[in-house]
Design a protein around this ligand. Structure first.
Ligand code: BES
Ligand code: ZN
Length: 828
């Protein structure tokens, strides 16, 4: 424990929208566990106006030092103190536009430009708003006060307890928070409206800027449902009297779980039945469930330090799927989990430059980087694997024990293993540490010999040609052999008696590993895929592993394409979505190759068969996932120049221009198709639709589609437009993300990033999570010379907090380059 730590903060802020600054005052009750004359706390980009200590009735005026590099404020006292004292500090900070700390967001209402002030403190940016012990373990209680213009309102974690008018301003005081970490504190000042409902004793509000509250109806409903779901699942009541869900026009990530005051991008909280898609609706549900899960996992029980970030993010990810699946079983969310979580987790963790779930981190820049597919996706997957292993009931009971034991305090991964292990009486720690403390995951080689199934494991790497040493994961193995399933813990190689005509390893894809089968076995599985006599999830799994084996040169590209034919009659969304993703990836990656036309025809053929069963319009009562599938197929066919798709898209688009009517689920696919086949005049039409778009969802769709033209001049225009004032910083990566999937546009991206790097960095500010998305986009390159060039450039123009992403991006480029080289040989 530190010598000095905080017990309670009394903080008051006054945002100034003319100077874009805020003035703050705080009184921190501190406890010194031993005699000390030095107090060190965090502060960044703050100007300290006054600093005083009151101890045993004496006022002490200390010396202070601010260190911009360590982001520390050191207070040197003329005499030693111990026990309790009150630290009073007055300060001024920037109401910045970088989406971190106490920042401003700009929007228009009825033609007038407006600002609001809001906070984003995770992971280490509370120190940009007030001097504090800005670490998850330094939990304290908070009394927040906000001084706002009379026409503004103020929001914080707790309800308002008093409002006092002082001239043109109103002072809002909020109730004392429970003991909590600084990264979860929240404050906002601006012109807000809301709708509300009650869930038990909890007041729920969906808060928006003026004119949008009606778009919060669906979210209000979801919030009620998920809040009560989690109260029942955890058997612990939500502890605060209110829960606000707040839509912020400018927002760095998707959403943030501030205790009692969750913030969102507008696209993830607002729903407009006329223009919002099924995908948006499901995403809203998922994110709301994710952030509400954090109210327990993260807020009530908090990781001791950021190395255990996964205790927050993996749980929220896993629990969100559980909750959505419970309330909306028809959405097949556990199936969709394979697309949304397992795909990204397996992908990142097959790089040498991945990292273990439990990873040492020190600086804020280190911490920011690990909000990635390891901490979210892989962690979510290993929880699914663990739940399967110990059983749903033990899992639920173990979580309850863990939460109860550590509520209003901090915990570690070991604490979690203790609770789950003692409830289930299973070797949870031994097994799970091989997944959490170790980088990577295994591929199981499966061979049949003499009526025996022989299984062995090694690490799966994309950049390895299959020659890695034996792995040491403790795998909760699940093998389907005909009608029965064999479960066992696999440590070393395993032999299983085999007297059936088929088997499939990783039954139901609950395990976080891949499988490599012999060719004869694959042929048998291929037939079962055709007959659909194995589950959709297993059909997904076989394709998913095969694709990865192909990219890592462990099977040939032609073998891969041959195998795809077994899926010609496939009708399941997750299976097809995986195949569509892979085929589109090849289409983009190989666009400069001589044999591109062959790939194109293969894809056309495959996608057309699927489309012929779907048609353009939603069929009464169809599964929501069928709707999602239709969108993906239409977009894919559009980009393959399918004549019928293009002509129908054109007619629906011109109808939209005339009537304003277009099925929300077809908007994205039609805009993309129109762009792909469009010229400068279509570009102008889309741009003007963008400028008039009624919601951010619609804007983002149009913005992304501006990156889907074929004409390089138009694409360059889109890139410049991306850095203009007309594109919010939060959306800057959207057209880039689309352009790298555009066979004609992908080569424009890297030169553009290189040329505009300074501007991009200054738009975001150092350490913004969106910067890493931009870096990641270059991984579509497939040339070893480019890899060297990119490495050189970023070494010269280094930005802290991008190291991991850069290493991963470079590794992907090398993988792509080798892959393309090997395919060239195949097609020669
Ligand atoms: N705690 C995060 C928000 C966050 C992310 C803060 C990165 C600081 C850095 C929040 O709970 C979250 O995970 N948001 C996700 C949405 C989620 C459903 C995947 C996001 O913003 O992408
Ligand atoms: Zn989260």
């Amino acid at each position: 424990m530190k010598d000095v730590f905080p017990i309670h903060y009394d903080i008051e802020f006054e945002p100034d929208f003319k100077k874009f600054i805020f003035r703050g005052k705080e009184k921190i009750s501190i406890q010194a566990s031993r005699l000390t004359s030095k107090i060190v706390l965090h502060a960044a980009e703050l100007e300290i106006k006054k600093c005083q200590i009151s101890w045993n009735g004496i006022e002490i005026n200390p010396k202070i030092q601010l260190d911009a590099k360590t982001e520390e404020l050191t207070i040197i006292l003329p005499k030693k103190i111990s026990g309790t004292a009150i630290l009073s500090i007055d300060f001024v900070g920037q109401l910045n536009d970088k989406l971190v700390g106490f920042y401003r967001s700009k929007y228009k209402y009825k033609g007038a430009e407006k600002h609001l002030a809001t906070t984003q403190f995770e992971a280490a940016d509370a120190r940009r708003a007030f001097p504090c012990w800005d670490e998850p373990e330094a939990k304290a209680t908070f009394d927040v006060s906000l001084l706002a213009d009379n026409n503004h309102t103020a929001i914080s974690n707790m309800p308002v307890i008093s409002k006092k008018k002082i001239g043109l301003k109103t002072l809002y005081r909020f109730d004392t928070t429970p003991i909590m970490s600084t990264y979860l504190l929240y404050m906002a000042v601006g012109e807000f409206e809301y709708i509300s409902a009650k869930s038990g004793k909890t007041l729920i509000r969906v808060i928006t800027t003026y004119g949008k509250k009606h778009q919060g109806k669906l979210s209000l409903e979801f919030t009620k449902q998920f809040l009560s779901y989690f109260e029942k699942y955890f058997k612990i009541k939500y502890p605060l009297p209110k829960l606000d869900m707040i839509a912020i026009p400018d927002f760095a990530s998707g959403a943030m779980e501030n205790w009692g005051a969750i913030t969102f991008r507008e696209t993830i909280l607002l729903y407009d039945p006329k223009t919002s898609s099924t995908e948006t609706k499901q995403h809203i549900a998922e994110v709301i469930a994710h952030e509400i899960a954090h109210q327990w996992f993260g807020n009530l029980v908090t990781m001791k330090w950021w190395n255990d970030l996964w205790l927050n993010e993996s749980f929220a990810t896993f629990m969100a799927t559980k909750a959505v699946d419970a309330l909306y079983p028809e959405w097949d969310f556990w199936d969709q989990f394979l697309i949304s979580e397992m795909t990204g987790g397996l992908s990142l963790d097959s790089l040498k430059s991945s990292h273990p779930i439990d990873v040492p981190v020190k600086s804020p820049a280190d911490v920011r980087q690990i909000f990635d597919e390891i901490s979210y996706n892989k962690g979510g997957c290993v929880l699914m694997m663990l739940e399967k292993f110990i059983g749903e009931d033990n899992f639920q009971k173990g979580l309850h024990r863990y939460l109860k034991k550590h509520e209003y305090a901090n915990a570690t991964t070991e604490d979690l293993w203790n609770s789950l292990g003692s409830i289930s009486r299973q070797p949870v720690r031994q097994m799970m540490n091989t997944w959490v403390r170790q980088i990577g995951y295994p591929v199981i080689d499966a061979h049949v010999k003499d009526s025996k199934l022989k299984l062995s494991q090694r690490r799966f790497l994309l950049e390895s040609n299959g020659k890695t040493k034996q792995g040491n994961w403790i795998i909760p193995l699940s093998v389907r052999i005909g009608d029965r399933v064999v479960n066992k813990l696999m440590k070393g190689p395993v032999t299983i008696p085999y007297k059936a005509d088929w088997f499939k390893v990783n039954d139901g894809q609950k395990g976080f590993y891949r499988v490599k089968y012999d060719e004869i076995v694959l042929e048998v599985l291929g037939r079962r895929i055709e007959e659909k006599s194995i589950s959709n999830v297993d059909r997904w799994s076989i394709h998913h592993d095969l694709f990865a084996l192909c990219i890592s040169n462990q099977i040939s590209f032609k073998n891969y394409l041959d195998f795809i034919r077994h899926y010609e009659d496939e009708d399941d969304y997750v299976v097809l979505s995986d195949i569509i993703g892979s085929l589109n990836f090849f289409y983009t990656l190989l666009s400069k190759e001589e044999f591109w036309q062959e790939i194109k025809e293969f894809n056309q053929d495959f996608f057309n068969k699927v489309f012929s069963k779907l048609g353009w319009d939603t069929v009464e009562g169809e599964k929501p996932t069928t709707t999602l599938l239709r969108g993906q197929i239409i977009s894919s066919l559009g980009r393959l120049e399918d004549k019928e798709i293009i002509s129908e898209a054109k007619s629906r688009f011109s109808n939209l221009l005339k009537t304003g009517q277009l099925n929300p689920d077809l908007r994205g696919p039609i805009y993309s198709t129109i762009a792909w086949s469009g010229d400068a005049s279509i570009y102008q039409k889309m741009l003007s639709l963008y400028r008039k778009a009624p919601t951010q969802e619609e804007m983002v769709r149009l913005l992304s589609s501006l990156a889907n033209f074929q004409d390089k001049k138009l694409l360059s225009k889109t890139l410049s437009f991306t850095l203009s004032k007309e594109v919010r910083t939060q959306n800057l990566f959207q057209p880039i993300a689309r352009m790298v999937t555009n066979p004609q546009g992908k080569e424009l991206v890297w030169p553009w990033i290189k040329q505009n790097w300074k501007g991009i960095v200054s738009r975001f500010g150092v350490g913004n999570p969106l910067l890493n998305r931009i870096i990641g986009s270059v991984s579509i390159e497939a040339d070893l010379k480019k890899e060297i060039e990119i490495k050189k450039f970023f070494t010269k123009h280094h930005v802290p907090g991008t190291e991991m992403k850069l290493a991963q991006t470079l590794e992907r480029i090398r993988i792509h380059a080798r892959f393309v080289q090997s395919i060239r040989k195949e097609f020669r």
